[in-house]
Design a protein around this ligand. Structure first.
Ligand code: FES
Length: 205
């Protein structure tokens, strides 16, 4: 996320605006407080939960997370703007993350990125008009020997060629996972239920 220029003559978040995060979402964040020595240490899971609920980490979301954790909004912005996975504006339903590190680059990653841009008509950190896809590049995705690598949401596509890109993007199941998602960010009370659901063969995407 790029640095944002803020007009100090006007409040960044309108006074009296309705809250973005529901009480249920705030309660989910509060459930993490006991896991950490300080509230600030719970900031990353709080941001992740907030982004899942609100679709992005807007200024309004940053302010509400700051209030919840007893932090200054600037502390929340510092953290949210450091990590590329927190989006300050709305994302598409599927986020394409292309690896831009050396192994993937040597195996043709740049041509794959050009093909994605061409197929979707968007550049990095942009979203297609239908809200289906957003696109970004990222440093190593941890699968260097399978490059070029591309994530669609949490599904890894490996050894992707530029010629394969149109077919991959047209596949409605291109983000489908055949394994259960991590329960790391589930509140303690929900983890058991998630694990049971996974053990029972719940299909996850
Ligand atoms: S260099 Fe691309 S996954 Fe590591």
């Amino acid at each position: 996320m790029a640095w944002q220029a803020i007009d100090r003559s006007r409040p960044a978040v309108p006074e009296g605006a309705p809250p973005v995060l529901s009480e249920a979402v705030k309660e989910k964040i509060r459930a993490f407080f006991d896991r950490y020595p300080t509230r600030q240490a719970a900031l990353l899971p709080a941001l992740r939960i907030a982004q899942e609920a609100a679709g992005c980490v807007s200024l309004e979301v940053m302010k509400e997370v700051a209030e919840l954790l007893g932090l200054a909004p600037s502390q929340v912005m510092d953290t949210a703007s450091f990590y590329t996975h927190f989006w300050p504006h709305a994302r598409g339903r599927k986020v394409i993350v292309l690896c831009r590190s050396l192994s993937c680059e040597l195996m043709g990653g740049r041509a794959v990125a050009d093909a994605v841009r061409r197929e979707l008509g968007i550049d990095e950190h942009e979203t297609t008009p239908d809200g289906q896809y957003s696109f970004m590049t990222e440093e190593c995705l941890g699968a260097c020997e399978h490059g070029p690598c591309m994530l669609i949401n949490e599904r890894l596509h490996s050894r992707v060629s530029a010629q394969q890109v149109p077919a991959i993007l047209q596949d409605p199941d291109n983000d489908r996972l055949d394994i259960a998602p991590s329960s790391l960010y589930d509140p303690p009370d929900d983890r058991g239920r998630t694990d049971q659901a996974s053990a029972g063969g719940t299909e996850n995407r």
